[in-house]
Design a protein around this ligand. Structure first.
Ligand code: FE
Ligand code: FE
Ligand code: ZN
Length: 246
């Protein structure tokens, strides 16, 4: 890999990483659709496959936009020869999910496991797109930032619908007893789709809306950019970005 000298290079690299992620996800999703039993889950996953193909095309557009800018020689060359970036994060998440799908499981349990794997991937993408969007805004690349944000919102949407599906029926079908189900509905501190429950519960509180997926991000050392998911912060970043941009 060529040395990365500035934020622009870093953005270029992140875009390549996301491109690789989307390519891998396009390959992985059909296997998940096949393994899933619940009709709504199958549909959610195959809908997201179509969305993901479009996201890959959007990244092509982004790469083109970045490549036609002044001083984009490097980007241009990278596009010509390909820079071989492979998203190892996505590769790992997919491998982990496939290993899980290879286990013997009751079909309803499998559905819950598939949602969990899919959401890990969505969260990774949300982090990557959130960061890339912030960098593009910082660099004054308005159109690139907007395109990245469009995808970011689609990833949020996919994540939200998986959460809703898990909480509404898949987790219960997988053996969540009534008691457990009830308890979970009140439990705001948990991993996976459970953490998003707190989002649902906090609806109405603009400050905490959208902040759920990464409950830990708030207090941890997660990349600052990824904190843009809080809708309040998101709006702040957005306006800061647009101020900066134009
Ligand atoms: Fe995606
Ligand atoms: Fe990656
Ligand atoms: Zn996605």
């Amino acid at each position: 890999m060529e040395p990365l000298l500035n934020l622009r290079d870093l953005l270029q690299h992140e875009v390549e990483d996301l491109y690789s992620a989307e390519e891998q996800i396009i390959e992985a999703l059909p296997k998940m659709v096949e393994k899933a039993t619940d009709k709504e889950l199958k549909k959610a996953l195959s809908d997201h496959l179509a969305v993901t193909r479009n996201q890959k095309d959007r990244l092509d557009k982004i790469k083109k936009l970045m490549g036609t800018e002044n001083g984009a020689q490097k980007g241009f060359l990278a596009r010509m020869f390909g820079n071989g970036t492979k998203c190892k994060g996505t590769e790992g998440l997919i491998t982990e999910g496939e290993k899980m799908m290879g286990e013997k499981m009751d079909t309803a349990v499998m559905d819950a496991a598939i949602i969990a794997s899919a959401q890990k991937i969505e969260h990774y993408e949300i982090s990557g797109y959130g960061t890339a969007r912030a960098w593009a805004a910082e660099l004054g690349m308005t159109e690139v930032a907007q395109l990245l944000e469009t995808t970011l919102n689609e990833e949020y949407g996919a994540d939200d619908s998986l959460t809703a599906l898990a909480l509404r029926k898949v987790n219960l079908n997988a053996g969540g007893s009534k008691t457990v189900g009830k308890r979970n509905q009140k439990d705001t501190s948990g991993p996976g789709n459970n953490s998003q429950q707190s989002r649902a519960q906090q609806k109405g509180s603009a400050a905490t809306k959208k902040s759920s997926q990464k409950a830990p991000a708030k207090k941890s050392s997660a990349p600052k950019n990824s904190a843009t998911k809080s809708s309040a912060k998101k709006a702040a970043v957005k306006s800061a970005a647009s101020k900066k941009v134009r």
